[in-house]
Design a protein around this ligand. Structure first.
Ligand code: ADP
Ligand code: MG
Length: 397
């Protein structure tokens, strides 16, 4: 169709008025068809020129973001049409630079419900006139999607809760048995002598006290591990988060004669993540790696993008693990350390599930271990990905 019109334009001075009308008619049919396509999709679409004057807005936009009432928005300044200042500020900021750190979801009260929409702004260059560009603002209702995700996460939490509960039941058996035996001994001593010597009291009561402390630790750790994670996922660059944790760990690593090497790819897509939880997970992995390298070694923290995932890998040159240990790693309370809780990796696992991701491990006894956190890259980032596509991963120095 476009070729036909271009050819017509090229020889417009040779066309008679009937032919020109035919060209215009075919153009208007095409426009109408495109409009119908736009109106049939669920997302709201707004087209503006470089000065944010609305050229086109689908009818459903008004139901997705707060806008003034108007039969048509064409020719109106976007600022005038959209009444929510946060949305407007976001669109302007995104139009200027593709900011990586800003959250693109907005929630509005709609009747007695809360509606959440995701907004994306893309800039397009036009061929003619050269240098001119326009903006496409897409508004997607993500309320149902977010709710479904939350439900899914909740059921996963319930499943892991059952394993955790089984773990606790197992853990508290020993201290309870010890307390039971010492209470019986205490009673026997009392019956035998009619009273308790301070020796007896000391011996038995000390054991009881110790076991109560142990029970308390088990229960507190359990509550910590099963407590639903209060996560707040935001779309952003994970780079700064990783750097911060590395900077934090540097001093202690150096004190343990461990060299830290950061390999962060220079191009990374944004992901939905909770800054606090990712820091916690990464710190857990670094602590474990440190414990595995008693005599020193090398710790590599690597961030790279692979397929639809962003990978955060922590490698150490420590003691490594045999297959039997690897199989039990993520079980609550599994530890080989005298003072370990065995909950570190359980937390890491939980945090990654909360992100819709996963954690994998490769290890060789005597050589070292790699833990990799897998984060899904949101679909909205695919466009940025193809723009920043590189054949090889290059790293920042
Ligand atoms: P904890 O650190 O309290 O023992 P974790 O859940 O963090 O609990 O780890 C469980 C076990 O997994 C550890 O006790 C250790 O045996 C093993 N482990 C974890 N990370 C490593 C590692 N990087 N190298 C070797 N073994 C590891
Ligand atoms: Mg640990």
């Amino acid at each position: 169709m476009r070729k036909f019109v271009q050819r017509a334009i090229a020889k417009i001075d040779q066309l008679d008025s009937r032919q020109i009308v035919a060209v215009l008619e075919s153009l208007s049919t095409e426009l109408e068809m495109l409009e119908n396509v736009l109106e049939s999709i669920d997302d709201g679409v707004i087209l503006t020129d470089a000065k944010f004057i609305i050229r086109y807005a689908t009818a459903n936009c008004r139901t997705l973001v707060p806008m003034i009432r108007s039969r048509s928005y064409e020719g109106m300044a976007l600022e005038e049409a959209i009444t929510d200042e946060h949305v407007m500020a976001f669109i302007k900021a995104q139009a200027q630079v593709r900011s990586d750190d800003e959250e693109n979801e907005f929630s509005f009260q709609k009747g007695d419900k809360i509606q959440t929409v995701a907004i994306s702004v893309t800039s397009y260059q036009m061929q003619r006139p050269a240098g001119a560009h326009f903006f496409v603002i897409m508004i997607t209702d993500v309320t149902a999607h977010n709710a479904a995700e939350r439900r899914l996460r909740r059921s996963e939490n319930l499943a892991s809760m059952t394993t955790m509960a089984a773990g606790v039941a197992h853990e508290i058996k020993n201290p309870l048995a010890a307390m039971d035996i010492h209470l019986q001994l205490l009673r026997k001593a009392f019956i035998r002598n009619g009273c308790l010597t301070s020796d007896d009291a000391d011996r038995y009561l000390n054991v009881l006290e110790e076991e109560i402390t142990r029970l308390n630790t088990i229960v507190v750790d359990f509550l910590f591990a099963v407590r639903p994670l209060d996560s707040r996922l935001r779309l952003g660059q994970i780079r700064a988060t990783v750097r911060e944790v590395c900077d934090f760990a540097k001093v202690e690593l150096a004190a343990h004669k461990i060299t830290l090497s950061e390999k962060i790819a220079s191009f990374l897509p944004r992901i939905n993540y909770d800054d606090h939880l990712v820091k916690q997970a990464l710190l857990n992995l670094i602590k474990n790696a440190m414990a595995a390298m008693e005599g020193g070694g090398t710790l590599v923290v690597e961030v790279r993008h692979e397929g639809n995932e962003l990978l955060l890998a922590v490698s150490d040159t420590g003691v490594g693990m045999d297959d039997e240990t690897i199989a039990k790693l993520f079980e609550p309370y599994f530890t080989t350390k005298a003072s370990g809780t065995g909950l570190g990796l359980t937390m890491v696992y939980k945090i990654m599930k909360e992100h819709g991701g996963d954690v994998t491990v490769h290890s060789k006894k005597g050589e070292g271990t790699v833990f990799t956190l897998h984060f899904p890259v949101p679909e909205s980032e695919y466009l940025a990905l193809s723009e920043g596509r590189q054949l090889e991963t290059t790293y920042e120095t």
